[in-house]
Design a protein around this ligand. Structure first.
Ligand SMILES: *Cc1c(COP(=O)(O)O)cnc(C)c1O
Length: 436
C-alpha cells in the first residue's frame, strides 16, 4: 500500500508553502519554483527521489536567477564572441546597470525638476573620448545606426562593390540599406575602386557616400580602395556627406591592431559621420554609436525612426561606465602579454595534471572575432586537454567553451579574465571527476 513512494508524492501547494522554499519564491517568483516542484514530483513518481527529500531536491533544482541565461567561461580564444554575448562588461559597467536599473534620472534634470537631455552623460563621455566629433547619438546597434543613416540621409547611397559586406548569420549590409528604401549606387569592382568611380557616381539625388569597413575578410592581390582622407577631400564642397561604418568601435588607433580603423582617426581624416558597435572592441554594451558633424547628428536625432532605435537607461549607464571607468575586459585581453598568458596556462596545466588529468600548456592563437581584425592572430597560450572533453565541459557548471584542434580540446586563456582561472580549473576538475 503506502510503502510505494510513488503514492506519497507531496502536494504542490504543500511544497510551495514550505518555509524553506519561501526565500526562493521571493527571489525567483512562484512560477519558477512551481516548475522545480513539478519536476521533483515527477522524480518521486519515478522512484528517483524519496518523498522526504522533496524540499532539498527542489532547492537543488532551482535556477540561480530568474533568467535562463547563464554565465559561461569563454576559452575559445575569440575575444568578442557573438554567440557568447560579445564583450563581457566591466565590473564598473555591471554596477552602473544595477544602479540605473530602477527609477533613474536618465531624462530628468534633478536641479530644475524639468525634463533633461536623455543620456547626456554618456554622450559627453563619448565626445571626450573622440574629440574629433562635434556630436553623437547612441542607438540599438551598428545595424540600427546604418538603418537610421540610410533613412534620414536617404536618396541614393554610393558604396564600393568591395564593401557590400555580409557581417554574419545572413546579415548583409546592402540588404539592410535597401530595406530602408534607400537606393544603392554601387561603384568599382569587387577588388578595385578609384576616386573617379566615386566622382562619376555623384548626382543631385546622392544622399551620402558610404564606406563600410570589411571587418571580417581581407582582399589580397590586385586591389585598390580609396582611403577616407582622399575621398573626404574629393567630396569637400560637394555637400555630399561621407559616412564611414568602422564597425569595431576602436576609439583610437590600437598598437596591437594596426589595420583596424578607429573613430578618432576616421573623423580627423574627414569623414562627416562614423558608425560603430558598442560591444566589439570598445568593450561595452550592445549599442550603435554615431559620431561626427553636429548638423548631421541633429538630423538623425530629429528623424522619427530614431525613437524606434534609441537605447534604454541600462545601456546608457553601461556605455558611460565603459568609457569613463576602468579598462573593460576586452581591452585588458587585447593588452595581455604572452609571458603572462603562458604563466597562467602553465599554472593551470600543473594544477590539473596534479589531479591526474592529461593536461599540458601550449602556445595558441587567439582572435579578436565579432567582425574585427580578420587574419590578425593574437599570440596566446592554452591548456590542452583530451579531445573528448569539449562536450562535457560545455555541459558543466559553469559551462566552459573551448575548441577542438586535432584530437585535443584547447582552452585559450586570452579570452578569459585571469580572475576566472580558478573557476576554470574547478569546472574542468568537476567534469573530469564525473567522467572517471
Ligand atoms: C559588426 C559590424 C556591423 C554590425 O554591428 P551590430 O552592432 O552587430 O549591429 C556593421 N558594420 C560593420 C562594419 C561591422 O563590423
Amino acid at each position: 500500500m503506502s510503502a510505494d513512494p510513488r503514492r506519497q508524492v507531496p502536494r504542490t501547494d504543500t511544497l510551495l508553502a514550505d518555509p524553506e522554499l519561501a526565500p526562493a519564491v521571493d527571489r525567483l517568483g512562484r512560477e519558477l519554483v512551481k516548475s522545480a516542484v513539478q519536476e521533483v514530483q515527477q522524480r518521486i513518481r519515478d522512484g528517483e527521489v524519496g518523498p522526504g527529500d522533496a524540499v532539498a531536491a527542489v532547492l537543488a533544482g532551482l535556477p540561480p536567477t530568474a533568467s535562463s541565461l547563464r554565465p559561461v567561461l569563454n576559452a575559445t580564444g575569440v575575444l568578442v564572441h557573438t554567440n557568447l554575448g560579445r564583450s563581457p562588461l566591466s565590473a564598473a559597467a555591471v554596477a552602473a546597470i544595477a544602479a540605473a536599473g530602477g527609477t533613474t534620472d536618465v531624462e530628468l534634470d534633478l536641479v530644475t525638476g524639468r525634463r533633461g537631455p536623455r543620456g547626456a552623460a554618456a554622450i559627453t563621455a563619448l565626445l571626450a573620448a573622440v574629440p574629433a566629433a562635434q556630436a553623437a547619438i547612441v542607438v540599438n546597434n551598428c545595424a540600427a545606426a546604418l538603418a537610421l543613416v540610410a533613412t534620414a540621409l536617404g536618396g541614393e547611397l554610393v558604396i564600393a562593390r568591395g564593401e557590400l559586406v555580409e557581417i554574419g548569420d545572413g546579415f548583409r549590409i546592402p540588404e539592410l540599406l535597401v530595406a530602408t528604401g534607400a537606393r544603392l549606387r554601387e561603384v568599382g569592382t569587387t577588388n578595385r575602386v578609384t576616386l573617379d568611380d566615386y566622382r562619376d557616381a555623384l548626382h543631385e539625388e546622392t544622399g551620402a557616400v558610404l564606406k563600410v569597413h570589411p571587418s571580417n575578410f581581407v582582399v589580397r592581390g590586385f586591389t585598390r580602395a580609396v582611403p577616407v582622407a582622399e575621398l573626404a577631400a574629393a567630396l569637400s564642397g560637394s555637400g555630399v556627406p561621407l559616412v564611414a561604418d568602422v564597425g569595431s568601435g576602436l576609439l583610437r588607433p590600437h598598437p596591437a591592431l594596426p589595420d583596424e580603423p578607429d573613430l578618432q582617426t576616421t573623423l580627423a581624416d574627414g569623414a562627416d559621420l562614423v558608425l560603430a558597435s558598442g560591444d566589439k572592441l570598445l568593450g561595452g554594451p550592445q549599442a550603435g554609436l554615431v559620431l561626427g558633424r553636429a548638423d548631421l547628428v541633429q538630423r538623425l536625432r530629429r528623424h522619427p525612426l530614431y525613437r524606434a532605435l534609441r537605447v534604454d537607461k541600462t545601456t546608457l549607464a553601461a556605455l558611460e561606465a565603459t568609457l569613463r571607468g576602468p579598462l573593460p575586459p576586452v581591452q585588458e585581453m587585447l593588452a595581455a602579454d604572452l609571458a603572462g598568458l603562458r604563466r597562467r596556462a602553465a599554472a593551470l596545466a600543473a594544477r590539473l595534471a596534479a589531479a591526474g588529468l592529461d593536461a599540458v600548456a601550449v602556445d595558441s592563437e587567439a582572435r579578436v572575432g565579432g567582425g574585427g581584425a580578420p587574419e590578425h592572430p593574437l599570440p596566446s597560450a592554452a591548456v590542452s586537454l583530451p579531445g573528448d572533453l569539449a562536450e562535457p565541459l560545455r555541459a558543466g557548471t559553469p559551462p566552459v567553451v573551448g575548441y577542438v584542434a586535432g584530437n585535443r580540446t584547447l582552452l585559450d586563456l586570452r579570452s578569459l579574465p585571469p580572475a576566472a582561472d580558478d573557476a576554470l580549473a574547478g569546472a574542468v576538475l568537476a567534469v573530469a571527476e564525473d567522467a572517471a
